[in-house]
Design a protein around this ligand. Structure first.
Ligand SMILES: [Zn+2]
Length: 98
């Protein structure tokens, strides 16, 4: 029998949303209720993150922020709650099983 261990967090528990540069790992965190203008380029390695050729990414990022903010505004009144379910990973990145 395989048992997977998972972590479940309510959307209202999210302290920050992180945007990380895939090239150097630099992370930019923002509070989920505040709008963030994503940086054009990484401040550490200068990799282009949201340059001129990333219209779809910029639009998707903006919609993601708007969705999270909208759900958080409705969180108290809604008859449901949004939770994020995350696997607990081992050091090597594989799922933890018992
Ligand atoms: Zn970087």
């Amino acid at each position: 029998m395989t048992i997977e261990t998972r972590y479940v967090a309510a959307l209202t528990d999210v302290a920050a949303i992180r945007l990380s540069c895939k090239k150097c790992g630099a992370a930019y965190s923002f509070h989920p209720t505040r709008a963030l203008q994503p940086p054009h380029s990484c401040r550490v390695c200068n990799a282009v993150l949201f340059g001129d050729g990333t219209v779809l990414e910029r639009e998707a990022f903006s919609k993601f922020q708007e969705s999270v903010q909208g759900l958080l505004r409705l969180a108290d009144a809604a008859p449901f709650k949004i939770e994020l379910e995350l696997p607990i990973l081992r050091d090597g990145g594989s799922l933890t099983t018992q």
